[in-house]
Design a binder for this molecule. Structure first.
Ligand code: FE2
Length: 425
């Protein structure tokens, strides 16, 4: 059997060393050694070959807009929302589309080949929705892009959000979103969760809700989200994003809450880069860390994936589309320092995130889509430590990004001529 492409001798995240044979857009073989001819052979000996990176939480309508029309002076979530409101009034379709496409180029270069982005539906023009629907079509040959209808200013708090969110879903947006903690009252927040889950159930859509992104320990909309998931039979289709208030909830209450989340099959998507930056801004000391209870949820079998949320926008002034940066921050804040936990952090930004997004066609297995990334690292833990170069990125069987290995040349008497930061454990 001849292949179009063979990735030769790479180390897989599970520790196997194998050749991967690709035919067309599909992984056709994974064997210790493939001797068949191939259109191209990439030598990945000693390198990590992984399923692609996946980001289940992003805001592509706002990305790369940092400084437009001004910078978030307080650094808070709420100033970010009002700043975004200023930008929304003046932005154009072309600007949103071109910023999003530029970000998608960054993503491909980082091996990030699937993204779930929220898109603001609190805009009578629905300009962001139109622009990202266009982007979804343009990048479809190389990125799986899912759109979430996101009523940023509140489903009920904003006068036309409800009708515009439904319009966005009618236009082909993939997922139902919400922001219950931003509604006027706790009761409105709960009601919004109920109505949005009912809309999703009627339409057969997934739900991904910004939920309790606050330091207020009494913000408990995740409870309602788990309840509605259970009541409406939405198991496996619902995610709660951020869930930061859980860091401050009463421990006894959490001991009841987490089993309910597990029972409903609701996934959790913490976003460590943005939330360690935004949360705790009203604290003096001790200052809260801005992260939900990751290890505690995982211990109960709740699916938890790391999301990126923002890159260079009204809320976050940094970012490179590197999901390994996200994992790196996440493992620090969640204190996931054991080898098993660090390995899990790598899985969280690859295979676990793909599961959360329902992307069963991704993964390193025969019959799956031939999308993968070759990293200049020996294994998954080393990849998290180094956040190394993506040597090759393959999407649907095609090499879409590649760069050479880079050792650092030294000019130090008595030292070797070059160094490489790789150090296999
Ligand atoms: Fe978000």
């Amino acid at each position: 059997m001849a292949f179009d492409l063979i990735i030769r001798g790479g180390s897989l995240p599970d520790g196997r060393v194998a050749d991967i044979g690709i035919s067309g857009e599909t992984i056709a073989a994974i064997e210790p050694r493939l001797d068949a001819p191939a259109g191209r052979i990439i030598d990945a000996t000693g390198d990590l070959v992984s399923a692609p990176f996946v980001d289940p939480h992003f805001h592509m309508d706002a990305t790369l807009s940092y400084g437009i029309p001004r910078i978030n002076a307080s650094g808070t979530l709420l100033e970010g929302i009002s700043l975004w409101g200023e930008l929304k009034k003046v932005m154009t379709f072309e600007e949103v589309r071109d910023r999003a496409l530029a970000y998608c180029d960054w993503a491909v270069s980082m091996g990030l080949l699937a993204i779930r982005t929220h898109v603001d539906t609190c805009d009578d023009r629905l300009l962001g929705v139109e622009a990202l629907l266009e982007v979804r079509k343009l990048v479809a040959p190389y990125i799986d892009l899912q759109l979430v209808a996101f009523p940023q200013d509140g489903l009920y708090r904003d006068p036309t959000a409800r009708q515009n969110t439904i319009r966005a879903l009618d236009m082909g947006v993939d997922v139902v979103g919400g922001i219950p903690h931003f509604e006027r009252t706790m009761a409105d927040g709960r009601r919004s969760v109920t109505e949005l889950c009912e809309i999703a159930a009627e339409r057969g859509l997934p739900v991904d809700m910004h939920c309790d992104e606050t330091d207020d320990p009494l913000s408990r909309h995740i409870e309602q989200l788990a309840y509605e998931t259970q009541r409406l039979g939405l198991h496996g289709r619902v995610a709660g994003s951020h869930l930061t208030s859980m860091h401050s909830m009463d421990n006894y209450y959490v001991s009841k809450l987490l089993p309910l989340i597990a029972e409903a099959g609701v996934s959790a998507i913490p976003n460590p880069l943005i939330n360690i930056m935004l949360q705790g801004r009203h604290d003096t000391f001790p200052k809260r860390r801005g992260l939900t209870r990751v290890k505690e949820m995982q211990a109960l079998g709740i699916r938890v994936g790391w999301g990126q949320d923002c890159v260079l926008d009204p809320w976050y002034s940094l970012g490179t589309a590197d999901m390994l940066d996200v994992a790196f921050m996440g493992l620090h804040v969640a204190q996931m320092s054991s080898p098993a936990d660090m390995h899990r952090c790598f899985e969280m930004v690859t295979t676990v995130n793909a599961e959360i997004m329902g992307l069963g066609h991704l993964g390193l297995a025969v019959g799956k889509r031939a999308s993968l990334v070759v990293l200049d690292a020996g294994n998954a833990v080393e990849a998290v430590r180094l956040r190394p170069d993506r040597l090759y990125v393959v999407s649907r069987g095609k090499v879409v990004a590649e760069r050479g290995k880079r050792d650092t040349a030294l000019s130090i008497p008595g030292r070797p001529a070059s160094i490489n930061r790789r150090h296999h454990l």
